[in-house]
Design a protein around this ligand. Structure first.
Ligand code: SF4
Length: 345
């Protein structure tokens, strides 16, 4: 590790809100928010969320529905439910404190190895390596470890860390600054598809840079059939009555569990195993302008139709199938449902 990298990281990124007024709780929230979400997105939501839920207890006592509303804009709502489970556990078992012990931390639901190590290293400045995708990539490049990205590589990096072979100077720089600097490096210069070795202060000590082919490390897994994406066409029905939009609540087993959606049908799907929405044989209607969304491996074209009671009957939409209920605009509506409603404005 190089002091100029630590200084660059501190100078450029110490203003990130979760790096100020550091507490374990703020670290827990920010680390869970930052998983699979960009820094710029989290910047728009972190302080607002913390003001709404200033402690473990506030999150533990919130309902899942309240939390999903507050999580809006951050996506991947399962993380909000996991955060709540972890806070409930800390509230019940540790009086709302977050224990500073790896074995106790990973006992908590919703806390995996990465988050436990992030809490120790970044939250409490204790010796630990928070091996996220950035650290996995940067450390394997610096040390020239030609292993496939994934569990085997993470295990190898951890073993080398425990044996002092990698990051031997972590305590010299401080575990917090060390981890943060590597994360910043991975996010800005040493990216998966572009390595700016000319700008990187580690270029003289980096095995991948001296090989001239930094992007070859770590080895990327071959594409599996599961990586294929599918085109999907959905029909969204806007049914208004007495100034309310009628929606149904998504079940735990469905996409966007706990959120409200307008009745939705599958018109076409390239994936014959798709079962999130019932199929409807339907065409020849005047739809509102369509919009695109993306969820997991599905590229979705959303067609929207405004309907009345009569239309619902003609379409054979069984209201009991959806248990439709009226809600107002402040309810926990899915993003796709909000986009459909906005077409009318
Ligand atoms: S020198 Fe290049 S490959 Fe090595 S850590 Fe820096 S950006 Fe990554």
């Amino acid at each position: 590790m190089n002091k100029s990298l630590i200084d660059w990281s501190h100078q450029e990124f110490s203003n990130l809100p979760w790096r100020k007024n550091r507490t374990l709780f703020r670290t827990l929230v920010s680390e869970i928010m930052l998983q699979q979400t960009t820094v710029s997105t989290v910047l728009n939501h972190f302080e607002r969320f913390i003001q709404e839920y200033p402690s473990v207890e506030h999150i533990a006592k919130a309902t899942n529905e309240q939390l999903t509303v507050s999580w809006k804009g951050l996506g991947y709502y399962r993380r909000a439910r996991n955060l709540k489970k972890a806070c409930e556990y800390f509230h019940e078992n540790f009086n709302g404190e977050i224990p500073l012990n790896f074995d106790l931390l990973i006992e908590a639901p919703g806390i995996g190895e990465y988050t436990a190590n992030a809490l120790l290293s970044i939250g409490a400045n204790q010796k630990a390596l928070a091996l996220d995708a950035n650290l996995e990539r940067v450390l394997s490049r610096i040390h020239g470890i030609k292993e496939q990205k994934g569990p085997k590589l993470l295990k190898l990096l951890k073993k080398k860390f425990d044996e002092g072979e990698i990051a031997p100077d972590i305590e010299k720089f401080g575990p917090r600054k060390f981890n943060e600097a590597l994360m910043d490096l991975g996010r800005n210069w040493c990216k998966a598809n572009k390595a700016s070795c000319d700008l990187c202060p580690l270029s003289h000590d980096c095995s991948a840079a001296s090989s001239g082919r930094p992007l070859d490390i770590p080895i990327r897994p071959a594409k599996k059939s599961g990586d294929i994406s599918f085109n999907l066409v959905l029909l969204r029905l806007l049914f208004f009555k007495d100034g309310h939009i009628y929606v149904y609540r998504k079940k735990e087993s469905e996409w966007l569990a706990g959120q409200y959606e307008v009745p939705t049908f599958t018109l076409q799907c390239e994936d014959s195993n798709f079962s999130q929405y019932p199929f409807l044989d339907f065409s020849d209607h005047h739809f509102l302008p369509e919009y695109k969304t993306l969820i997991t491996k599905y590229r979705i074209t959303n067609k929207v139709l405004v309907v009345n009671d009569q239309d619902l009957k003609q379409l054979n939409v069984d209201p009991s199938l959806y248990q439709l209920k009226p809600v107002d605009a402040n309810s926990n509506l899915s993003t796709a449902t909000m986009k459909a409603i906005q077409l009318l404005k």
